[in-house]
Design a protein around this ligand. Sequence first.
Ligand code: HEM
Length: 427
Amino acid sequence: MSSPQKGLVELPDSHQRAVMLGDPGYHRDPAEVFSHLRRTYGPVAPVLLDGQVPAWLVLGHRELTQVTTDTRLFARNVGRWRLRDQIPADWPVWPMVGGGPAGESLLYTEGAEHRQRAGAVSRALAGIDPVEFRAQCESHAEDLVESVAHSGRAELMAQYALLLPVMVMGWALGVPAKENRDLVAAFTDQVAGGDRALAGHQHIRRTMQALVQRVRERPSADAASRLAADPVGLNDEQLCQDLIVTILAGHQTTAYWMGNAIYRMVTDPRHTDAFIRGRLAVSQALREVLWDDTPTQIFAGRWTSRPAHLGHVTIPAGDLVMLGLAAANTDPHLRPEPGVGVRGSRAYLSYSHGPHSCPDPARDLAEAIVTAGIEVLLDRLPDLHLACSPEQVRWQRSVWMRGLECLPVNFTPTPPTTRYAGGTPWI
Ligand code: HEM
């Protein structure tokens, strides 16, 4: 943890000695950084982002619920940020904090406009047939496992967890399958926030612009066509932005959730019992992963519409407030005994909370993808184990997400299965 010397903006007194998020210590062990912040500052801590940009990180479960519920005080429009005009357009963090100076996606809308646009996305996603969706998840998961099963080893992030969500969400939205691999690379670059972040964002944008053009000219039964036809009447730019949010919010989160679940399954006896020895249903075991190792570490953000008292601090008007979702899930007020689960409870904040939280139909889709992904893996490769020591796996260098860069595993090779290819076998 360090405070670099020179930044993009002048630092207020409150942030002179603040911790920089995203340094090597953070990537190694974000939970330790959150504990340090909690011990030093309590439930709300001053922090710095790339370029020494000041923000507040909410670590307390109660405080985070308060922030996400009070949408007037902790508002969503990036236009409220008093530093907005001082930060250059090429700041690599823009795509994850307000979408840049032109950010017009549903994420940053407020009040009635947000209700309408979030409602339209929810309706478009709710129109996906759950039975067909589950069948797509299983079929793609089977194909992906099949492609590695004979070899006895795999890298499960690149060859499985990062591919499955884009395959099924691409199918559901109507994105051509040939785009899948380039999209995965672009998502990863954007979320990493490094020097390829803006290029990654541009690639996602071009792909979604092509989708907008296609659904305007040739609407089909996919979710993008449903969103385009929704009575809310999105223009092309709004449609493009909301499709970007949907595919991006849906992809990295789901892929890293699956990766974190597999990692826990092969390294942590509590989770091994839950998944492999079947102590819990897979969906229940997956919720424990959300409590202990959520893919969504920090989400940006909210902006104070006037001075706000939160925890022990008073946050000035127009400041950036970031949601410490992972920290809130392990808040000692909620979980006094570290590592002990909260069996059966869904009070985790991994999907956030309040009117802007992840829409219910999206949560159902995410759960369907990850559950199918894990079930197929357990079924086809039951003796899966890590091919390196747990300390050797590398985590993504992202402030926002906790996900594995790679997940090498070994297992007993299995011959190809003969899959039913349709038709009537007895004729
Ligand atoms: C198919 C999977 C998913 C889709 C399509 C999806 C879609 C969305 C959309 C459209 C939003 C914007 C909501 C709004 O602004 O009103 C959103 C927000 C969000 N989603 Fe999801 N999501 C998915 C999976 C997940 C998963 C697995 C997680 C975490 C475990 C997650 C966490 C979040 C969070 C933290 C937000 C931001 C909430 C806020 O600002 O308070 N999502 N998601």
